[in-house]
Design a protein around this ligand. Structure first.
Ligand code: ADP
Ligand code: MG
Length: 268
């Protein structure tokens, strides 16, 4: 019995060390404000490799602000708190640096880049990352082989590669393009901001399939969504509710169902 106790004690100590070592993203007391308006009021969140976290909440609750701050994409005049990624404080690092180190953010409203060919754009983005990791650039032939395989996964045809980035893309195509970017760039931490909004059911299933394919025990995904419907196809490990700039409730996948049924007001 004593031996057994001993063993368990060591197990729990080791687990604590292990867990600490392997937190991929650690957000501590993150606050953001614009013109005296507080948008985030102390968000805490830990994400480990292999986990899928859903962040849900009403419009205006601060979801995109949180996503932007993790990716370093928006400068809010007043922010405080700390964001740590793979053990490093990244609170003040540039969006480019974060992207090169494996953080990916898909936009709620993807930007159009007229005159820039989609294939070229993706190849350059991938090569920038490869250079940063001291790897050789991918050549044109290998890249075409790679991208053609990934296109099938998001159900886009090859003619799409010749078009300018997001130029004249339908809502569904833009969202598929975001997932395609993720599949090509292979980020370790992917943040998908309302990738499910405005999609019909077939497109939604395709997107969910792409995300599911992407899940791996050394990658983490944060799904930001207003609705439960994506979470039916991509089942998260954890669900957090953001309300008025704070995470007011966290739970497992069943919390999403509860929100679908009861809405958000019971949490106020
Ligand atoms: P969500 O993604 O949950 O809908 P957002 O993070 O986009 O919420 O916005 C949260 C709140 O902060 C909203 O009231 C929004 O109008 C406000 N907000 C976000 N960014 C800015 C900004 N740059 N300037 C002023 N207000 C902003
Ligand atoms: Mg938003």
């Amino acid at each position: 019995n004593l031996q057994w106790k001993h063993k368990n004690l060591w197990k729990s100590v080791w687990k604590e060390v292990w867990d600490k070592e392997f937190i991929m993203l650690e957000i501590k007391n993150l606050c953001a404000a614009v013109e005296n308006k507080e948008i985030l009021k102390g968000v805490n969140l830990n994400v480990k490799p292999g986990e899928v976290h859903a962040i849900m909440g009403r419009n205006g609750s601060g979801k995109s602000t949180l996503a932007n701050l993790i990716a370093g994409k928006n400068n809010y005049p007043s922010t405080s708190g700390e964001i740590r990624y793979k053990g490093k404080n990244i609170t003040d690092s540039s969006p480019e640096e974060r992207a090169l180190n494996g953080i990916f953010l898909s936009f709620q409203y993807p930007v159009v880049i007229p005159g820039v060919n989609t294939t070229y754009f993706l190849k350059e983005a991938l090569n920038a990352k490869r250079r940063n990791h001291g790897e050789d650039e991918i050549n044109a032939a290998d890249f075409m082989r790679l991208i053609k395989g990934k296109l099938k996964e998001v159900d886009l045809d090859e003619t799409y590669l010749k078009r300018s980035v997001n130029d004249g893309f339908s809502g569904g195509e833009k969202k598929r393009n975001e997932i395609l970017q993720m599949l090509i760039l292979e980020p370790e931490l992917a943040i998908l901001d309302e990738t499910d909004s405005g999609l019909d059911i077939d497109a939604l299933k395709t997107i969910a399939h792409g995300i599911n394919q992407y899940r791996r025990n050394d990658r983490a995904i944060i799904l930001i969504t207003h609705y439960q419907r994506l979470l039916k196809y991509t089942v998260p490990d954890y669900v957090h509710v953001l309300m008025d700039g704070q995470i007011v409730k966290s739970g497992g996948k069943e919390l999403a169902l509860e929100l679908e049924e009861k809405g958000y007001s019971w949490l106020e």
